[in-house]
Ligand binder design. Structure first.
Ligand SMILES: Cc1cc2nc3c(=O)[nH]c(=O)nc-3n(C[C@H](O)[C@H](O)[C@H](O)COP(=O)(O)O)c2cc1C
Length: 272
């Protein structure tokens, strides 16, 4: 959606684009006209100018791909704090899954949610890799465990536990999940990927799906080219999650304790 300029007939000079553009690419010229100028190609394509303009006066390459929906202007009316907070509290990392595969349309909804995750300079540099072949997931898990087994500390602390799980046909890495999603990048963007994963996981929860971060897998991908080749992933793996229908129910929210906040005059107890 590269920005091409401003439709002067529509522009009401409200200055919102001037105030909101993070790259300071909009300004008022001597005649009072609002202009867009980007000689150094600084536009990060965040789309804020399109979003904030009340008259839809921002000219861009594709004029038809902008979305709107009721209350887009009032996000606070879309989901209450209470609902969101309760979703955060009820969302668990899922380690027991049903065998059923998740329909592709549903997975697509999770990826759609991740499209809206913020990222540094709006880079959105991550790509996705979905593995749904249970044999391949098992082979990956076995290879990851094998990789860790070489490490004496791991072997001492977790080796036996993992073995016991495997004897019970439980995959201690991917928990017999029907799918795994790998986020990979070709540039450093660990934080961005983490946020995208979190968006996807929360969206998944609203669809009745469970997810779990698999840090073990990420470490193994970092350690071993063999495991990356086995998965067929190129680039740098920056996050791995399982996804599927949960085969577990949680009856209460685990205790999380109060957060310590410096700068508050007195301690504030949890309000909800
Ligand atoms: C970066 C990261 C890596 C994680 N790696 C694993 C993992 O390899 N295996 C696992 O079972 N859980 C993993 N988890 C899940 C955490 O153990 C879990 O979030 C934490 O225990 C809190 O539980 P909850 O998510 O249900 O609230 C990971 C979580 C994060 C954020």
């Amino acid at each position: 959606m590269p920005i091409l300029g401003i439709n002067d007939e529509k522009c009401i000079k409200c200055m919102q684009c001037v105030l909101d553009c993070p790259a300071l690419l909009f300004d008022e010229d001597k005649t009072g006209k609002i202009i867009f100028s980007d000689p150094n190609k600084l536009c990060i394509l965040c789309g804020h100018c399109i979003s904030v303009c009340p008259e839809d006066a921002i000219l861009r390459e594709k004029m038809e791909d902008v979305e709107t929906f009721p209350n887009v202007e009032n996000p606070e009316k879309l989901v209450s704090y209470k609902s969101l907070f309760q979703l955060f509290r009820a969302k668990r990392s899922i380690r027991q899954y049903k065998k059923d595969k998740v329909p592709q349309e549903m997975l697509q909804k999770v990826f759609d949610a991740m499209r809206y995750a913020p990222s540094g300079a709006n880079r959105r540099a991550w790509k996705y890799f979905v593995i749904s072949d249970s044999k391949k997931i098992k082979a990956l898990s076995d290879a990851i465990i094998q990789e860790f087994t070489r490490n004496p500390t791991f072997q001492m602390m977790l080796g036996e536990k993992f073995k016991k799980k495997q004897e019970r046909n439980i995959d201690p890495i991917f928990y017999n999940a029907p799918h795994i999603i790998i986020l990979y990048t070709f540039e450093e963007s660990q934080v961005d990927t983490g946020i995208a994963m979190t968006y996807g996981m929360l969206a998944a929860q609203t669809l009745g799906l469970g997810t779990c971060w698999i840090g073990f897998a990420k470490i193994a991908f970092d350690l071993s080219r063999k495991i990356k080749n086995l998965a067929g992933v190129k680039g740098r793996v920056s996050g791995v999650m399982t996804i599927g229908y949960p085969n577990v129910r949680y009856h209460r929210c685990p205790p999380r304790g109060q957060v310590k906040i410096k700068g508050f005059k007195k301690e504030v107890k949890q309000i909800i």
